[in-house]
Design a protein around this ligand. Structure first.
Ligand code: SF4
Ligand code: SF4
Length: 66
């Protein structure tokens, strides 16, 4: 299972998570979510499950699984 679950349709592409991730594990999709935003994507190989994205996101996009 991925370390972080992303609920893509909640993302509004504000970029907070990308700026705060200590491992530069977050990028944005090339396609669009239901609201017309590119959404956060986590590279599981880089992610250390620190929880910073969960803490930073104002829209509850992230769930940490471990
Ligand atoms: S849990 Fe930490 S390392 Fe993983 S994507 Fe979120 S901020 Fe980055
Ligand atoms: S902080 Fe949340 S809403 Fe903002 S870009 Fe990241 S996942 Fe999307």
């Amino acid at each position: 299972m991925s370390k972080v679950i992303v609920t893509a349709d909640l993302c509004k592409q504000c970029g907070y998570c990308e700026r705060h991730c200590p491992k530069e594990a977050i990028s944005f999709s090339s396609d669009f979510n239901a609201n017309g935003f590119k959404y956060a994507v986590v590279d599981d190989d880089k992610c250390i499950a620190c929880g910073m994205c969960y803490t930073t996101c104002p829209d509850g996009v992230f769930e940490i699984t471990q």
